[in-house]
Write a protein that binds this ligand. Structure first.
Ligand code: 3PG
Length: 216
């Protein structure tokens, strides 16, 4: 199974803004305890690169990706640190081209059909819909995806434990992603038990939504 298929199978991607790479081991362990063996570390902080490096070293079976990647140099650093997939908030052709050339799975963000077409033109069929709720949520993506057969989306931005199931029931949803399981406040308080509980709850939500959506 390839990496994007694996993300689709898991159904939910925790998006983490690490302020302190010293928390990387606890973060990875708490997600694994909750049954969630993947994580997206965003390049929104200085600690991102080192956090990826640490998680990859400590938990080699965990699927670690880099998020909020805005440029080729950033993607290069992320992949050198051990990131196995790249997520970007928007579509950057240079970045996507670099990832394709390196064989690194890339999920660019799109907010319009035009951007989706640019990504499809590059052969991509799993795209991030960002910022999902602010763009109009399910009605917006439903209308858009009707015109984009064969593409699956990872809605991100405003997804949480309450609304994730509604998204995941839809056939054009690959997985959902978001920061609610690993919110900055949880990290700053070192509330890793809560991270485990929220991750476990999210995994239950994935299963229930897919059963309800007839996908299991
Ligand atoms: C991202 O970086 O992908 C998003 O900012 C996550 O959005 P959320 O914080 O609303 O989950």
């Amino acid at each position: 199974m390839n990496i994007l298929e694996r993300l689709g199978e898991l159904g939910v991607v925790p998006v983490v803004k690490m302020e302190d790479s010293g928390q990387a081991a606890d973060l990875a362990e708490s997600l694994l305890k909750g049954g969630l063996p993947c994580v997206e570390i965003t390049f929104r902080t200085q600690a991102a690169e080192e956090s990826i490096r640490k998680i990859v070293a400590i938990q080699p079976d965990m699927l670690v990706g880099a998020g909020t990647v805005l440029s080729v140099p950033q993607a290069t650093r992320a992949v050198e640190a051990g990131a196995r997939f790249i997520v970007s908030p928007g579509f950057d052709d240079m970045l996507v081209g670099w990832c394709l050339a390196q064989g690194v799975p890339v999920v660019p963000g799109i907010a319009t059909p035009t951007e989706a077409l640019m990504a499809m033109d590059r052969g991509l069929d799993v795209l991030k819909f960002f910022p999902a709720e602010a763009l109009g949520g399910i009605p917006m993506l439903e209308a858009m995806s009707a015109a984009l057969p064969g593409v699956k989306f990872i809605p991100t931005g405003g997804i949480n434990a309450v609304n994730m199931g509604t998204w995941l029931k839809l056939p054009f949803i690959h997985a959902v992603a978001g920061s609610w399981m690993v919110a900055p406040k949880l990290l700053s308080e070192g509330a890793f038990g809560m991270v485990s509980r929220l991750a476990a709850e999210a995994m239950v939500n994935v299963k229930e939504a897919r059963q309800a959506g007839g996908q299991l």
